[in-house]
Write a new protein. Structure first.
Lengths: 177, 641
C-alpha cells in the first residue's frame, strides 16, 4: 500500500519548519550552516500558505492522473510505475513551464537558479535510507504525517464510529432512566 | 499585491498607493510577505534560551509538553514575557539615564548647550530626593538631582526613591508583595538571570520579578526621563500645532526627526531657526528650513515647541516616499531597519546619531551632548547641501493636515480645571463623583500592521468619549488621534457624551488630552496619583474608575508599560494578546488572578469597540464600589451590570 503525506490543517502552527527541512533535505550537504555559507539555494517544495489568519501547508499530492506529467512534452516529469511518486529529471527539462501551469495545486515552482523546476519527490533519497520525508519528520505538531492512504480514511471512520457509539450509549442510558 | 488602507487618514492611504506604484516595499508589504507567522512564537511556546534547544511545546497536547530541560509551557511563556519586559524597561530607562547625564553635564560643564529651563520642576524633583534647595545655586541643585537620579539605576542598597511618587497605599502594597524595585538596572539584570537555563521555573515568581522590573520602568526610569526632560527642556504647556504628512513643505528644506529622545531634536529645533542657516538655505533656493517629527521624538518637540508632527511610527517610510525630505535623522527605538531601503530610492539622506543605533550603509553623525549645537548645525548643513539633489518632478506630498492641541502634563492639565490661580484636581474629582465624567482612560501605544491601521486607536477613543470617559493619550496613539482631529476641541466634542462635553466646554479642554511621548506614560501615573491624593475617589489607584489600553501595541516597551499599569492597579486592555496564550495557567494569572494581588489585570480584545465597552464596564464596576452617583445623562451604550 502506498504512503502519502497527510495534512491536518488544524494542527499547523505556521512555523515553516517543513519548508526549512525540505530545503535542507534537497541540498548537497544537508547541513544548514554550510548551505548558508556556500550560498546554495536548494529551495523548498512544500509551502505554508497564509489564508486569513490560518496557516495551511500545501504540498504535491502525487496525483494518479498527474497533470504535470501529462503536460510535460519531454518526459522530464515522470513516474517509474503506478502508485510511485511523480519525479523530475533535470536533464530532460527544457524549461517550458507547462507542468507549472498544468498543476491544479500550484505546488510546482521554478527552481531558484532558473534551471528546471522544484517539485516534491517524496524525499526519494531519504525513503531509500528508510527515513520518512523531511517535512514530516520536522513537523513539531504532527500536522504532517507520512501514512498509508487507507489509514487516513480509516482514522476518520474510527473517529465517526467512536462518536456514534458514544451517542448510542447516551441514548441507552437515558432510556434506562 | 497592492495594499490598500481602509481606515487610515487620507495622507497614509495616498502614500501607500504611491509606494505600490513606485514598487517600493513598506512595513505593510513586509508584513504580508511574512504570512503566516509562526504560531509557536505567537503563543509563547518557543524557547531558545539555551543550546539544548530550541524547544517547542506542542499546544495540541500530542507532542512534547516540556523542553529538553523539562520547562513546561507555563515556564517558557513566562520567561519569554519577562524578557520582553526586560527589553522594554531597559529601553525606557536607558533613555532616562541619558537625560540624567545631560542634566549633570548642564550643571557641571560651563560650555554646555543645555541649561535648566524649569526651576520649579527641578525643585520639585529635588524635594523628592531630599535635596536642599533653599538659597542654593540652581546649578548646584541640578547637579545633585542628576546624581541622585543616576544613583537610582545602579545603587547597591536601598530602593528606587522615585516610586514614592505613587500613592502611599500602593507603595505599601508593593512592599508587602516584595516588588519594590531596588535599583532600575538591577531588576532588569535579575530578569535576565532568572530566565537563564535552570533558574526560575515558577511562572508566578517570574512574573513577580517582571512586575518589579516594570515598576522600576514606569515609576523609575520613565518617570526620571519625563521629570528631567521637563527640567532641561521646559515643562510643556498646551500648544497648538499641525499633524500629518502634509506638514512637509515642498518649498522648504525638510528635516524629519524620528526616534525617542528629545536631547538632539530639541537642539535641532532651536538651531534650525538660526538666521545664518536660514540664509544658507535660501541661497540654495529654498524658502527656509522645515522640521517635522515622527514617532515619540515628534511628541517631545511638538509639546515643547509646537513643531509639526509628520506622522506616527508606521508613517516613517511614507515620509521619505514624498521625495521631499532632504534629511531624516534618527536616534533610538522604533526605527525600521527597512527605512534605508526606502531612503535609497530618493535623495533623502538618512542619518543615525546614537552610538547605540547604527544602520549599515547609513551616514553616522554621532551626537555628543557636550557639542550639541555644533553637531546639530552640521546635520542641518548636510540637509541644506542635499536640497539641490531633490528630484522635484518626483515629489508627492499629500495635502492633508489636521490641527491639534498638545502639551498637557500632570501639572498643566488640571490647572485648567481649577483655574489659573487655584490649580487643583478638585473639579476633576468632583466631575467624576457627580457623574458628569464616568472615569478616565489612558489609550496609548504603537501601531501594528497586524490590524487595520488606526482603526483600533480611533474607534476605541471615540467609543470611550462617547460614554463620558475622559481620554489621556501618549505615543503613537496620540499622533493617530491628532490626525483624525480628536485632539481639537470642536471636532472631538462632537463625539463626546453630554456630561464630558459640559465639563470640557466649561474649562476649555478637549476630551482627548495629549500627554506626550511613550516615556511620558509616567505623566499618566502621576495624574492617577494626584487624583488619589485629591481625595473622594478611594485611597489607591486600584479604587479609581479608570482603565488603560494599547489597541495596536507592538513593542516590548508596550509590554513593560502594560505591566506597570497592571502593577499600579489599572485594568489594562490590549488588542492582540500577549504572546503567552499557549499557557493556560499564565493566561489565567495575568487576566484574572493578578487582580486579587495588585487590583489591576490584563485583558485582550481585538475588536476596539468591544474592548472600549469592557473598559467601560470595569469603570462602572469601580464607580459602584465607590458608591458614586449615577451618570447624569442617559448613556448611549448601556453597559451590562
Amino acid at each position: 500500500m502506498a504512503k502519502m503525506i497527510a495534512v491536518n490543517i488544524e494542527k499547523c502552527m505556521g512555523c515553516k519548519s517543513c519548508e526549512f527541512a525540505c530545503a535542507v533535505a534537497h541540498s548537497t550537504t544537508k547541513n544548514p550552516e554550510s548551505i548558508i555559507k556556500d550560498g546554495e539555494k536548494p529551495g523548498y517544495r512544500i509551502t505554508v500558505e497564509a489564508y486569513g489568519r490560518n496557516a495551511i501547508p500545501v504540498n504535491c499530492s502525487h496525483c494518479e492522473e498527474a497533470a504535470c506529467m501529462m503536460a510535460c512534452p519531454t518526459g522530464a516529469v515522470y513516474r517509474n510505475s503506478d502508485k510511485e511518486p511523480v519525479l523530475f529529471d533535470k536533464q530532460r527539462c527544457i524549461g517550458c513551464k507547462m507542468c507549472l501551469q498544468a498543476c491544479p495545486f500550484g505546488v510546482i515552482t521554478v527552481s531558484l537558479d532558473g534551471k528546471g523546476i522544484l517539485k516534491c519527490d517524496l524525499c526519494a533519497e531519504r525513503l531509500s535510507k528508510g527515513q520518512d520525508p523531511a517535512c514530516v519528520t520536522s513537523c513539531p505538531t504532527g500536522a504532517l504525517r507520512f501514512i498509508d492512504e487507507a489509514e487516513v480514511n480509516k482514522e476518520k471512520r474510527q473517529k465517526v464510529a467512536s462518536r456514534l457509539v458514544a451517542a448510542q450509549q447516551t441514548n441507552l442510558a437515558k432510556s434506562r432512566e | 499585491m497592492v495594499k490598500e488602507l481602509k481606515f487610515a487618514d487620507k495622507a497614509s492611504k495616498a502614500m501607500v498607493k504611491r509606494a505600490a506604484e513606485e514598487n517600493i516595499d513598506t512595513v505593510w508589504d513586509r508584513y504580508e510577505a511574512l504570512q503566516p507567522q509562526c504560531g509557536f512564537g505567537t503563543l509563547g511556546l518557543c524557547c531558545k534560551n539555551c543550546s539544548m534547544g530550541p524547544c517547542r511545546i506542542d499546544p495540541f497536547g500530542d507532542g512534547p509538553q516540556v523542553g529538553v530541560c523539562g520547562a513546561n509551557a507555563d515556564t517558557i511563556a513566562a520567561r519569554n514575557l519577562a524578557r520582553m519586559i526586560a527589553g522594554g524597561a531597559a529601553a525606557h530607562s536607558d533613555h532616562g539615564r541619558d537625560i540624567a547625564h545631560t542634566l549633570l553635564m548642564a550643571a557641571e560643564n560651563p560650555n554646555s548647550d543645555y541649561m535648566v529651563k524649569d526651576e520649579n520642576k527641578l525643585k520639585a524633583v529635588a524635594e523628592l530626593y531630599e535635596i536642599k534647595t533653599e538659597g542654593r545655586d540652581i546649578k548646584k541643585i541640578a547637579g545633585d538631582v542628576a546624581r541622585a537620579a543616576l544613583k537610582e539605576f545602579g545603587q547597591h542598597e536601598g530602593e528606587v526613591k522615585m516610586i514614592q511618587s505613587a500613592p502611599p497605599a500602593r507603595v505599601k502594597l508593593w512592599k508587602e508583595m516584595g516588588v519594590v524595585p531596588r535599583a532600575i538596572d538591577r531588576e532588569i539584570v535579575e530578569i535576565m538571570h532568572r530566565t537563564h537555563i535552570g533558574v526560575d521555573t515558577d511562572y508566578k515568581n517570574i512574573i513577580r520579578q517582571s512586575v518589579r522590573s516594570a515598576i522600576a520602568d514606569g515609576w523609575g526610569g520613565s518617570m526620571i526621563a519625563t521629570e528631567l526632560s521637563d527640567v532641561l527642556f521646559g515643562t510643556p504647556f498646551p500648544i497648538r500645532a499641525t499633524a500629518n504628512l502634509g506638514v512637509i513643505d515642498k518649498d522648504y528644506i525638510n528635516i524629519i526627526v524620528h526616534g525617542h529622545e528629545p536631547t538632539l531634536s530639541d537642539i535641532i529645533a532651536t538651531v534650525s531657526m538660526k538666521k545664518e542657516l536660514i540664509e544658507k538655505a535660501q541661497k540654495k533656493g529654498a524658502k527656509g528650513i522645515n522640521i517635522g517629527g515622527i514617532c515619540c521624538t515628534a511628541n517631545e518637540i511638538l509639546m515643547r515647541h509646537g513643531i509639526p508632527v509628520a506622522g506616527s511610527v508606521m508613517q516613517q517610510e511614507l515620509a521619505v516616499l514624498t521625495g521631499a525630505v532632504e534629511l531624516m535623522l534618527v536616534d533610538v527605538q522604533c526605527l525600521y531597519p527597512g527605512l534605508n531601503t526606502v531612503a535609497r530610492c530618493y535623495h533623502t539622506q538618512l542619518i543615525t546619531t546614537s552610538p547605540k543605533a547604527k544602520m549599515p550603509g547609513v551616514m553616522h553623525i554621532e551626537f555628543h551632548e557636550d557639542r550639541a549645537v555644533e553637531i546639530a548645525t552640521r546635520i542641518i548643513e548636510t540637509a541644506i547641501d542635499n536640497f539641490p539633489n531633490r528630484n522635484s518632478e518626483n515629489v508627492f506630498i499629500p495635502d492633508t493636515t489636521e490641527r491639534l492641541i498638545a502639551g498637557f502634563t500632570a501639572e498643566s492639565v488640571f490647572n485648567f480645571l481649577g483655574g489659573k490661580y487655584r490649580a487643583t484636581y478638585r473639579p476633576l474629582n468632583n466631575a467624576v463623583i457627580e457623574g458628569r465624567i464616568r472615569g478616565a482612560a489612558g489609550v496609548i501605544g504603537c501601531s501594528n500592521p497586524n490590524v487595520e491601521y488606526e482603526e483600533g486607536h480611533i474607534e476605541m477613543v471615540k467609543e470611550l468619549i462617547k460614554n463620558d470617559v475622559l481620554v489621556v493619550t501618549t505615543g503613537c496613539n496620540a499622533i493617530s488621534c491628532a490626525k483624525h482631529g480628536l485632539l481639537k476641541s470642536d471636532t472631538a466634542l462632537k463625539y463626546a457624551g453630554k456630561g464630558l462635553q459640559e465639563v470640557c466646554r466649561a474649562v476649555g479642554l478637549p476630551p482627548v488630552l495629549h500627554l506626550g511621548s511613550c516615556v511620558d506614560n509616567s505623566r499618566i501615573l502621576r495624574v492617577l496619583a494626584n487624583v488619589v491624593a485629591e481625595g473622594g475617589l478611594g485611597d489607591d489607584i486600584s479604587d479609581l474608575p479608570v482603565a488603560g489600553a494599547a489597541p495596536e501595541w507592538m513593542s516590548e516597551k508596550a509590554v513593560s508599560i502594560g505591566m506597570y499599569f497592571v502593577a499600579s492597579g489599572v485594568y489594562t486592555m490590549i488588542g492582540k494578546p500577549l504572546p503567552i496564550t499557549g499557557s493556560k495557567n499564565l493566561f489565567n494569572y495575568l487576566t484574572d488572578e493578578m487582580e486579587e494581588e495588585f487590583g489591576g489585570k490584563w485583558a485582550f480584545e481585538g475588536n476596539p469597540i468591544e474592548a472600549a465597552r469592557k473598559m467601560i464596564r470595569h469603570i462602572d464596576k469601580k464607580r459602584k464600589v465607590l458608591k458614586l452617583r449615577p451618570m447624569i445623562y442617559e448613556q448611549v451604550f448601556e453597559p451590562v451590570v
